[in-house]
Write a protein that binds this ligand. Structure first.
Ligand SMILES: Cc1cc2nc3c(=O)[nH]c(=O)nc-3n(C[C@H](O)[C@H](O)[C@H](O)COP(=O)(O)OP(=O)(O)OC[C@H]3O[C@@H](n4cnc5c(N)ncnc54)[C@H](O)[C@@H]3O)c2cc1C
Length: 821
């Protein structure tokens, strides 16, 4: 084969909509010497049989961005690449059966508005006006999305492929990739049945085969791709004369319906309907073990299983009675891959250099356009326009075994349209990683949540408290946890609290050059020996990549401590920047240590009874000491904003340390507290949370982190030039703290901030502060409004509440006197 390309910049494995979109977007960025390998014909995986619905709706900011972009792209793509295709922007009506559902819609509408979309809330008459054939008597209202619609997935893929080819990219059909070999310089050889291709980067876009393809990367640091496969069916009905007449008369199709509380989509297909249930009694396929996935399932389907979905189909026929007059003409039953949270894997392949993932899409038609853009940005620019942590493959670490993936995938599928309440924990597959004192925490009433797989108490229930799942189905602040959170916060304020924090990510950095390495990478200064300090890391655009606490034990010896969920992300960030000839080493010691947070005015008295530490040492110091006979590292910091220490110990000593502190604390009013109390306490101090307040959507200066930036240091750290430039130009947004005259709900992430009828910013987190007795929001606002005393409004689940910008200092203990006590 003379025209077989033996070299390419990027090789993409997989020719579904996502692979094709990745190739198209790479070519758009000028990377035209890229090759896509498809083992069969394009679309042979999940893409060919997809229903092709293209919603923008999401309560995830990142996913909404991606889906919005897809609709914008699909609307112009046919012309752009000269490949006309069937794309009907029919609009959609998403039905609500409850007040909570309407609140969810209001939230999505608000987020949509910030992204420039005009989603509308409909009352029952408005629903009927847009959809005359519907029964509305049991509904609360609906959300109308004018951008929603359906596209022919095969035509879409072909259009993207044509666009890419026209720009010079290559597509090799019927050319399975058979393996990969990494070269000493970290470039790749991708093997195919027709020959080898040398390339700089590889992309796994293999859809439901992504785990198979992922196996090839294990010798180079890879892990098992966290995914499983669900069977999903949709039912096509015969044509219905009334629908034909309506469409002709109106000159348009009916809007797409989604009855999300019953769990199905319902779309006009020609002059009949396409009904797609997400049934709770769902079926995982090839679930026994990963080896069950066949080598080739191209263009295949499973046989129908109407029994599984008949209740939902019957329900849909009551909703649109006209549909009951039509027979079923066809059922499609095909594979959809699911990651444990139902979101795709887009971004750097964990542990492997120069390899990326764009796979495991549940809604690949809706997300494919945006996913191609994001992937191309990851590869070409090393960073994405929108913060994409929600879809970052590194959000999963080592706990996602096969059974976990199957249980979680089934749970997500069976609840595909469910509301994601802030207090609710999805119950499948708990207990992946347990603290050594897990049983003690549970015995004390711990109501648990998972953080990078680690079980931690969110709050402590007392006898008689309702800890049922049902009680958590609210967007409101109130619930059985509210009084307990308040008591936990008050204990921390007035006496002391202890929080068991397993899985705090921790890296040991040791050896010649370690300090210089950190100085050259972080934006600010590094702590002196014996002290601990916060380090921030920016990308080349000056945007916030991450935050770590650096504990300095010696000139060139540090422990870097970071969020549990950031374990793989932050590790890779540091590794990527380590010089090839580094004389220092970096080790991930997360599993070797455990942490208790002891915080509150009595914490010194408690420690004095059990430890030999010098408790007069000031804030932001650390020391080796003993609790009883046991070695601990005592670190004088408090994310809760009170006098306090983090007690770091060897994992095997956790119980000893915990028991001694608890015993000593009994007479001082020591109480265990949970993550939700900690969230309330930290927001009162204005401490930012990673991937809420701190994300690559914002720059260091926008984030109000100026005091962690040292532009006068000689090191040319990433982002320095951009920050310098931004400093001269002035920021377009500015971090601020607001007090909100909120109602029953505190401001969730990405609530709109309004002033004089205009959106002037957004919140990045919100919670009730029990010490200050107010609803607090952290957010970003137009800089001219970031002035203390400025009155604005915050839209919370559709209602606007007065809010006032606060001084740029903590609301609680602004001078940090309690911390320094
Ligand atoms: C019944 C049904 C209805 C659906 N409806 C919708 C919908 O309405 N809207 C929506 O957004 N999503 C829908 N989906 C989901 C959607 O189909 C998928 O999310 C999407 O097609 C995934 O695209 P992809 O490119 O990631 O994967 P795929 O389309 O599966 O493509 C992966 C490709 O990789 C190829 N490949 C694998 N291994 C190799 C190898 N070794 N070498 C070369 N090539 C390889 C495969 O042959 C395949 O073509 C539906 C799915 C089903 C089953």
């Amino acid at each position: 084969m003379s025209d077989f390309p033996t070299k390419a910049r990027v090789v993409i494995i997989g020719g579904g909509v996502v692979g094709a979109s990745s190739l198209y977007h790479l070519a758009k960025k000028g990377w035209t010497d890229c090759v896509l390998l498809e083992k069969n014909e394009l679309t042979a995986g999940s893409t060919w049989h997809a229903a092709g619905n293209v919603p923008t709706f999401s309560t995830s900011w990142a996913v909404m961005n991606m889906q919005r972009y897809s609709t914008e792209l699909y609307a112009r793509l046919g012309d752009e690449v000269d490949y006309p295709m069937n794309y009907h922007q029919t609009g959609s009506i998403r039905l609500a059966h409850s007040k909570e559902r309407m609140q969810e819609f209001e939230r999505a509408k608000g987020m949509g508005k910030q992204q420039g979309m005009d989603l509308e809330i409909l009352d029952l008459d408005e629903i009927k006006a847009r959809y005359p054939f519907i029964e509305t008597h049991d509904l609360a209202g609906a959300l109308y999305d004018p951008n929603d619609g359906d596209i022919d997935p095969a035509q879409l893929t072909q259009a993207l492929a044509k666009g890419a080819r026209d720009m010079g990219a290559k597509i090799l059909r019927f050319t399975p990739a058979t393996g990969v070999t990494q070269q000493p310089d970290d470039t790749w050889i991708v093997h195919t049945e027709k020959g080898d291709i040398a390339c700089d980067y590889v992309v796994n876009a293999a859809g439901y085969y992504a785990q198979q393809v992922g196996e090839w990367f294990k010798p180079y640091g890879g892990r098992t791709v966290p995914m499983m496969v669900m069977s999903h069916q949709y039912v096509l009905t015969d044509e219905i004369p009334e629908i034909e007449a309506y469409s002709k008369e109106q000159g348009r199709k009916l809007p797409l319906l989604r009855d999300v509380d019953v769990s199905y989509y319902f779309r006009q297909e020609k002059h009949g309907f396409n009904i797609g249930p997400y049934e709770p009694n769902c079926k995982a396929e090839w679930a026994g073990s990963p080896e069950e996935v066949p080598n080739d399932f191209s263009f295949q389907l499973w046989s129908d299983d109407l029994e599984r979905i008949e209740d939902i189909v019957a329900d849909s026929m009551e909703r649109v009675p006209l549909s009951a007059s039509a027979g079923i003409s066809r059922i499609i039953n095909g594979p959809i891959p699911y990651a444990p949270d139902g979101l795709p894997l887009i971004g750097p392949m964990p542990g492997v250099k120069n390899a990326f993932e764009n796979c495991v899409f549940t809604f690949g038609i809706a997300q494919g356009g945006g996913a191609g853009k994001v992937l191309a940005e990851w590869i070409v620019d090393g960073a994405t326009e929108w913060d994409m942590w929600a879809c970052d493959p590194r959000r999963y670490t080592d706990y996602t075994d096969h059974d976990y993936c199957v249980a979680k995938g089934m749970e997500v599928y069976g609840n595909e349209y469910a509301m994601h309440f802030p207090w609710h924990r999805w119950p499948a597959a708990p207990d992946k990683k347990l603290s050594p004192i897990h049983d003690r925490v549970k015995a004390l009433g711990g109501v648990m949540g998972a953080y990078n797989g680690w079980e931690r108490a969110n709050w402590y229930a007392q006898a008689g408290d309702d800890t049922s799942e049902d009680s958590t189905h609210t967007w409101g602040r109130s619930g059985p946890w509210e009084q307990r959170i308040k008591e936990e916060c008050e204990a921390v304020r007035d006496a002391a609290g202890i929080l068991d924090l397993p899985g705090f990510s921790r890296y040991r950095l040791q050896g010649e050059g370690a300090a210089e390495f950190l100085r050259g990478l972080c934006t600010g200064g590094i702590p002196k020996v014996g002290r601990i300090g916060l380090l921030y890391f920016a990308d080349e655009r000056g945007r916030i990549v991450t935050e770590m606490s650096a504990m300095r034990l010696d000139e060139d010896f540090f422990f870097l401590i970071t969020a549990a969920t950031a374990e793989w992300h932050d590790w890779e960030w540091l590794q990527k920047h380590m010089p090839a000839d580094a004389k220092f080493t970096m080790t991930n010691v997360t599993k070797e240590f455990s942490t208790q947070i002891l915080s509150g005015p009595k914490s010194r008295d408690i420690l004095a009874e059990v430890s030999n530490a010098d408790l007069s040492q000031g804030w932001l110091t650390h020391q080796s000491a003993q609790i009883g006979e046991t070695w601990v590292q005592l670190v004088r910091v408090s994310f809760a904003g009170e006098l306090g220490w983090e007690i770091h110990s060897k994992v095997e000593d956790t119980a000893t340390v915990f028991d001694m502190v608890m015993d000593a604390g009994a007479k001082h009013g020591l109480k265990p507290f949970g993550m939700w109390a900690l969230n309330s306490l930290r927001i009162e101090k204005g401490y930012r949370a990673w991937k809420g307040d701190l994300s690559t959507d914002y720059s260091m200066l926008q984030g109000g982190l100026d005091r962690f930036v040292k532009l006068d240091k000689p090191q040319d750290f990433p982002g320095k030039a951009a920050i310098q430039n931004e400093k001269q130009q002035g920021v377009t947004k500015r971090f601020c703290t607001l007090i909100v005259d909120a109602g029953d709900c505190d401001a969730p992430y990405m609530s709109s901030i309004w002033k004089d009828g205009q959106i002037v910013g957004e919140t990045t987190s919100g919670a009730w502060g029990y010490r200050v007795g107010a609803s607090i929001a952290l957010g970003m606002i137009r800089p001219d409004l970031a002035v203390p005393g400025t009155e604005v409004e915050i839209e919370i689940y559709g209602e606007k509440f007065r809010a006032v910008v606060q001084e740029d200092q903590p609301l609680w203990d602004p001078q940090n006197e309690r911390l320094r006590a």
